[in-house]
Each structure stands twice: as C-alpha cells, then as structure tokens.
Write a new protein. Structure first.
Length: 401
C-alpha cells in the first residue's frame, strides 16, 4: 500500500528538530521528501552519540528522506533551489526571519513562482513582531513560554522538561497546518503560507494558566509529580528501588484505591470524603500510599492496582521501554538498516491509518546521497547531463584525445 500523501513533493531545507520532524511526519505518511543541506552538511550530523560515523540525533529525525546539498550563498545554487521549489507541493524552512528573503525566496516571490506551493515557516517567534529576528531554541521557548516555571518541585527551581517539548509540539502544529492547507488547496488550487513558532506552541500547552492569571490574579505554580486537581496522585518508591506512579484521586477511583490498600476506613475519614478535601489533605493521604507502596515491589504494586482498575505504571527506564511488549506489538519499536550506521532500533510511526498506513521506507540519507536521482526526477536534469557527457566523449574520441 502507498501512504495517504503518496505523490506529494516536500522540500525540507530546515535543520535541528522542529522542521526536520515535520518533514519526517509527512514522509512517514507517504510524501516524497527531499532534504536540502548545506555543502558541509547539517550541523546535527556531528552531534554525539554516534553510531558508526552517523549521529543518532540526525538518524532519529530524518528517515524517509532523500538528500541533496546546495550552497545557499551561491547564486547558481539559489537558482537551483528556486527550480526545486517550483516543482514542490510543500516547502519547509526554519531560518531566522528575513533569511529566505535575502536568498530571493520570500513568500511573495515563491507564491508567484509556484501558486500551488504551501510554504511552512517554522521559527522561534514568527516572521513579524518585536522578537521576530531574535534567535530561539527549545529551552528558550520553555523559559519564555512559562513551561519551565510550571515544571519541577514546588520548593525547587524552574526546570526544563526532559525532552524538547517546544520543538516537537511545533513540529506537530506545523504538520497539522500543512495538512489543513493541502485540504484547502483541493478546493482552491492555491497554496498558502503556514507558520508555527516555538513560543506559541509552548503557550498553547499552559492549560488554565493564562485565564487564571488574567481573570483571577492567581499564578499557577510548580507541583512536582502531584496533580493540580485531585489526590492522591504521585510517584512512589517501591521496595525494589523502582518508582511507580499512582493516580487514584477521583470519586470513581478512590474507593478502588482504598480497597487495594485494604484500608476501607479511608472511605469513612471526613478528610477524604470529597475531591476537594482529598486535595487539601494530599500530604497525609499520599503519605499513606507511599508507606504501602514501600513495602512491595513495583511489579506487585502495578499488578494489584491494575487488578482493581486504578491507573498505575512503573516509571520506565529506557531499558524498560525497549522491552515493552505493548510497544513491540504496536510496531512502535522498529529496526532500520542504514548503509553506514548499520542496523539500529528506533521509534516507530505513532499514528495509524487503516487503509493507507504510514511506513518507514527509507533510512536517513547520507549527505548528498540522492543528487542524481533528485535532479533527474524533479528537474529532469540527469538525462540532459548524460547526453552532454556522451557528446563530450564522442568529441574526444573523434579528436584522438
């Protein structure tokens, strides 16, 4: 089967995380994605750790792509880029605001060149506004966007999330915007400009923090591993040193939790009779759960909670993730065979479509690996070059040279 985006031509001139991940999503869904790198290669190709001579960072974000290099400062290569853009359905870029315009590749120019083009512009702050020219990375967006102030223990410092949440959220929003623009193009025949920014993506994840601050004048603070709305919900250490996360604070779940703990008296305690009272007395209640968990292994805790229907999970290490039978069964741990890095295990495609399934068809590309076929298929150049080469060889043979 072919993916639902089969036949779609995507030109990815982005680098780092958000842009390449957006392009990878489209590639997973069947699009023909051509990654354009600078002559020296994307900076992330040098990131550690390495598998053979390939960066795991680059390998993780660039499957299902073909590769060609261009010198973005060279007028001739800029012209080649515009010729590729003229053939593309989607262009993804994440340069600093104004860079594309300096290359003669601003939106108005490209829209005139290719009216069907969807141009996806990913940046820290957007193409306009007082911060548009300012550089931005994931951690900066987490800091400016409030996520850092909401992460960590209540008595500890603001803390980064453990993964690049701003970059990956931006990649998802960019993908959604691209698919929406493609759907509209079916109606109008015209492409449009799609923007996604790190700061705005982070802001979208703040839940009630903005209206709470604006209307009520109260600030949402750090909660550690607890829940803002119900208790007991927390991370508890088991007798084997592992940690388990238990969520048993709703009115439906609390009786099941009390039964699992073999403490029916908790249901009669007035301190725990409602959601709000349990939240007010969370320290006491979670202390009871912590003591119970501490006497059992993580496996036993999860088994008992699962039997009672109380949401609970062992806090997984990466070794646990790789061994997880659910992920294996769902195809979320896949092996890719790379021509330089060899075989390696990585994450699968996290969305399923019944009739046009996503797939991993290509390993991440080597630098400039597909130049000839890209020029042949997109620009019809290789056949012309071959004719010129044959002509030169005939001429040399005829002259005795």
């Amino acid at each position: 089967m072919t993916g639902c985006l089969h036949g779609l031509k995507v030109l990815d001139i982005s680098r780092f995380i958000a842009g390449p991940t957006c392009a990878m999503h489209l590639g997973d869904l069947g699009a023909d994605v051509v990654k354009v790198e600078r002559k020296a290669g994307e900076e992330t190709r040098a990131n550690l750790p390495q598998l053979g001579d390939q960066s795991l960072y680059f390998l993780t974000l660039n499957r299902n792509k073909r590769d060609i290099t261009l010198d973005f400062r060279n007028p001739a290569d800029q012209e080649t880029l515009r010729r590729l853009i003229a053939k593309a359905d989607v262009l993804i870029e994440n340069f600093r605001a104004g860079t594309m315009e300096k290359m003669g590749c601003g939106w108005e120019t490209l829209h005139a060149l290719n009216p069907r083009l969807i141009m996806v512009r990913i940046s820290g702050f957007g193409q306009d506004g007082p911060l548009s020219a300012r550089p931005c990375f994931d951690a900066i967006a987490q800091a400016m966007g409030g996520v850092m102030s909401l992460t960590g223990q209540s008595d500890g410092p603001p803390t980064l999330a453990g993964v690049y949440v701003a970059d990956f959220a931006t990649a998802l929003f960019a993908t959604v915007g691209t698919l929406a623009a493609l759907n509209k193009r079916h109606e109008t025949g015209e492409g449009q400009l799609v923007e996604a920014t790190l700061l705005e993506s982070v802001i979208s994840m703040l839940m009630t923090a903005i209206p709470q601050q604006a209307q009520l004048g109260t600030s949402m603070g750090r909660m550690g591993n607890t829940d803002r709305y119900v208790a007991p919900v927390n991370c508890f250490q088991a007798s084997d040193g592992s940690w388990v996360y238990v969520q048993g604070g709703t009115d439906a779940l609390f009786p099941r939790l009390a039964e699992t703990l073999e403490m029916p008296e908790l249901l009669e305690d007035p301190r725990f009779s409602t959601v709000y009272l349990r939240l007010d007395n969370a320290d006491v209640l979670e202390g009871i759960v912590a003591a119970w968990v501490k006497e059992r292994t993580a496996e036993t805790v999860v088994e008992l909670m699962d039997k009672a229907g109380v949401p609970c999970a062992k806090v997984a290490t990466m070794a646990d993730i790789i061994a997880n039978p659910q992920l294996r069964a769902r195809g979320q741990l896949v092996e890719i065979d790379h021509p330089s890095a060899g075989k390696y295990l990585t994450n699968g495609v996290p969305v399923r479509l019944s009739d046009t399934p996503a797939s991993i068809r290509r390993p991440p590309p080597l630098l400039d690996e597909h130049r000839a076929e890209i020029l042949r298929e997109w620009l019809k150049e290789e056949s012309q070059l071959a004719v010129r080469g044959e002509h030169c060889q005939t001429k040399r043979a005829g002259s005795g040279g």
